[in-house]
Design a protein around this ligand. Structure first.
Ligand code: BTN
Length: 266
């Protein structure tokens, strides 16, 4: 399939030269991003937001499912960042900030960020982000920034409590209004990231972070660590200080607030 076979439009209310592909139903918008990137030839790749009304095999971090009922925003930004693979991970923080700013612009709610890139309202998760790398025949590397926002609905059986904007505020924006605002905030923050680097994003992220200075339990692949959430470093890793004073740098994992997994202390 070539790009012209995908019904991509370039809406006037989106950032310049940014496309939108609106599907009725798909398995996962991250898989659509993979197909779309594979159809691109070597050279410039326009960023394209892919959104779907229904997602039947939505996936989350750590191999989990992502509940994707109609009314919620399920989207992936397909893009080709001009940086190395390790640096691309910083766009997860850019995306988290963009989602947080969009929720605050579209509702009266106060949203916070939970490491690495969840968005919380009243301490419960209302949005998550899944980054996946992409490639094409020319061996170019791209990125799918998959974003799910619980606008109308939220699951009740998740390891971390979930909430929707509708449950928290009594109303929620439409998916089309939300993706427009999200695309604009993401573009604004991407420009900041490209011009000033991760330092500027990290500063903004820390201002909106949930739980700095509090006790957390970090659940890693083979162990759990409990300690104080001190900071994130120049690469976005979480700094956890154990009671013996030792500092642990955490690159990937899930965090829970409090000493035991699942216990939330605000
Ligand atoms: C997480 O918090 O676990 C990440 C959730 C990411 C969900 C979004 S919905 C759009 C995109 N497509 C997917 O299959 N997953 C991401």
């Amino acid at each position: 399939m070539t790009l012209s076979e995908f019904p991509v439009v370039f809406p006037p209310d989106f950032p310049d030269a940014t496309g939108l592909l609106h599907l009725t139903e798909t398995g996962s918008t991250n898989d659509e991003a993979r197909r779309l990137f594979a159809s691109q030839l070597e050279g410039h790749v326009s960023p394209i937001w892919i959104m779907t009304d229904r997602q039947v095999s939505g996936r989350g971090r750590m191999g989990r499912n992502w509940s994707s009922p109609e009314g919620n925003l399920m989207t992936s930004l397909m893009c080709k960042p001009q940086c190395d693979l390790a640096t691309m991970g910083q766009l997860g923080f850019v995306a988290g900030l963009a989602v947080q700013a969009s929720i605050q612009e579209m509702t009266s709610l106060r949203a916070k960020l939970k490491w690495p890139n969840d968005v919380l309202i009243e301490g419960a998760k209302c949005a998550g982000i899944l980054l996946e790398t992409l490639s094409n025949e020319a061996q170019d590397i791209g990125l799918a920034i998959g974003i799910g926002v619980n606008l109308q609905h939220h699951p009740t059986d998740t390891p971390y409590p979930a909430i929707s904007l509708n449950a928290a505020a009594g109303v929620s924006p439409t998916t089309r209004d939300m993706i427009k605002v999200l695309a604009l905030h993401f573009d604004r923050l991407r420009v900041l990231w490209e011009s000033k680097g991760f330092f500027a994003i990290r500063t903004l992220w820390l201002e909106q972070a949930y739980g700095i200075g509090k006790e957390i339990t970090a659940v890693l692949t083979n162990e759990s660590l409990t300690g104080i959430f001190r900071d994130i470093d120049a690469e976005g890793r979480l700094l956890l200080e154990k009671s013996d004073g030792s500092i642990h740098l955490i690159a990937a994992g899930d965090i829970f607030f409090g000493a035991a997994k699942g216990k939330i202390n605000d």
